[in-house]
Design a binder for this molecule. Structure first.
Ligand SMILES: C[S@@+](CC[C@H](N)C(=O)[O-])C[C@H]1O[C@@H](n2cnc3c(N)ncnc32)[C@H](O)[C@@H]1O
Length: 269
């Protein structure tokens, strides 16, 4: 395996992917093998944490929505502290560290404190999770563009910087992270922006884990169907014609519905 040394006093910001350990990169795997300490989020799959060698310190700094535990500044301080103790530090994050993952803020803190670091990109949920849900992010038939949006910002509410209706008008496929608190409002904004109330959309819960569930519904029914299905976090919301393509591309055995079956709206698997 091509191994880059994780030297003492360094911090690697490593993406763990959406869940399935098979989606780790070789650099991520090598980081886990070399680490003295792994500082991880709640989102990191336990099967990946189980890969860490015995004796390696595991520190969970997971945030749970807005009932959050450690402050971001405390996490940054912790990383700097551990590096200054000359440890080989892996900061392990779900998905990709630089996609709605605060990796940028942590890298900034490391630079400000003269701690050397490396970034190991991971497969972000909006790409890997969608693939496991059997939904192609793009097809030539359905979309030439896609946006990744966060359903809430630092205030815990829907971001006022996101022009929802404009995006609804101009972008065929929208993949929304952290959507659940505002699902109904997001769907309303999509419809207000001109999308058909009967347009297909999907909620993908715990993608690429053994507990993956996919709810295919329509914009007008999304909030009610989601409430009824009680899908566990974390979840993604995807809106667009590519969701209908799933009747061809639903490959994942855990999805349970037969391959190449016709799309049935309002189904949770
Ligand atoms: C704080 S963001 C972190 C995103 C992460 N850095 C990434 O690149 O995937 C957390 C959100 O990512 C999405 N997410 C992460 N893992 C997921 C998974 N396995 N299944 C569905 N959504 C997931 C959910 O929308 C969740 O609320």
């Amino acid at each position: 395996m091509h191994t880059v040394e994780l030297a003492p006093g360094w911090v690697w910001l490593v993406g763990a992917g959406p869940g399935d350990p098979g989606l780790l990169t070789l650099h991520a795997l090598s980081a886990l093998e070399q680490a003295d300490v792994v500082v991880h989020d709640a989102l990191v799959d336990t099967r990946i944490l189980d890969m860490v060698k015995p004796g390696v310190e595991l520190i969970n700094v997971g945030k749970r929505g807005w009932k959050c535990s450690p402050k971001q500044s405390d996490i940054c301080d912790l990383l700097v502290d551990l590096a200054k103790q000359n440890k080989r530090v892996v900061r392990l994050k779900g998905g990709d560290p630089f996609v709605f993952g605060r990796g940028g803020e942590e890298a900034q803190a490391l630079v400000q404190n003269e701690v050397p670091f490396r970034v190991v990109p991971g497969i972000t949920a909006g790409i890997g999770g969608l693939a496991y849900a059997g939904i192609p992010l793009t097809t030539r038939e359905t979309n030439d563009s896609v946006v990744f949006i966060t359903g809430h910002d630092q205030t815990g509410g829907m971001s006022t910087r996101v022009k929802w209706e404009e995006l609804a008008r101009t972008v065929p496929v929208l993949v929304i992270y952290m959507p659940m608190k505002s699902l109904g409002r997001i769907a309303e904004k999509m419809i207000a922006g001109g999308r058909s109330p009967s347009e297909s959309c999907a909620i993908v819960s715990r993608a690429s884990t053994p507990h993956q569930r996919v709810l295919v519904t329509t914009l007008e029914r999304a909030a009610a169907d989601a409430a009824e299905s009680d899908l566990p976090a974390p979840s993604l919301f995807v809106v667009g014609p590519n969701v209908d393509y799933r009747c061809w591309t639903n490959w994942y055995p855990g999805n349970r519905s037969p391959r190449l079956s016709p799309l049935t709206a309002n189904t949770a698997e």
